[in-house]
Ligand binder design. Sequence first.
Ligand SMILES: [Zn+2]
Length: 305
Amino acid sequence: MSEHAGQHRDEVVKETPYRGRFAPSPTGDLHFGSLVAALGSWLRARAMGGAWLVRIEDLDPPREVVGAAERQLATLAAFGLLSDEPLVRQSERHAHYEAALQRLIDDGLAFPCACSRKQLEASGGLHLAPCAAPAAGTPHAWRARVPDIDIAFDDPVVGHYTQSLRREVGDFVLKRNDGLYAYQLAVVVDDAAQGITEIVRGADLLDSTPRQIWLQAALGLPTPRYLHLPLVLDEHGRKLGKSLTSLPVDAQDPLPALRAALRFLGQHDHPDCSSVTALLQRATTHFDVTAIPASIPSRIGEGSD
Ligand SMILES: [Zn+2]
């Protein structure tokens, strides 16, 4: 074997296999916007010959709906979207979040804060200035001590994205004063633990990504690639999942919603495929990431406001 061929083989071996994920919060039934995110991440993973994992982001019990996680998983299954590995539930991973928080505290990158929402009003809700240490026994949050840096990344759909972490985000919460871990901390810990190589999700999380990239560096974790899908908005321009008009997708009749989700992602909807399996297979073969519309939120429906 020539030296060149040997080097090539080594490069192939070293290349990390693609691992993607879908991480719903169990706050209700799976709606069309979630289906788009699930399908987009699944198609990208399959088109890259990789694995697709599902993680239940049940970090916030007061917002969760009993039985919603199971119903979401059953709906995903009806759409042919099955996790390749056992489910991960954030509610079972608090020790990992605590360890990450402790590391940030030890490194001087997290601090206790008892500032009220009202106190932060003057700075637009952002925590920008140092504050007094809370008195012993006072309930307090833990915040990240955010440096004055720009964080940038390149997204295959959105393009180049830059955020000034200090000016646009400020010292963000890692653990709330009610003891709940913040999404930003948990998601970074879990994406690393699951070896996720690319995160495909809705553009509503675009402005969270720089925070997460900074946290990854602070915790010595690898940074995955990021791809943000266009958001599905209702006729009032609100994110579908958060609006009153968002309807759950029909798990009894998955093909129409699956085709609508494909069209929303700029893909062909293959009307000749008569089963979920056939449609997903064909959509994987023809998946074109460059056809996904850029994340300028597009609307469904005709409303204007
Ligand atoms: Zn404070």
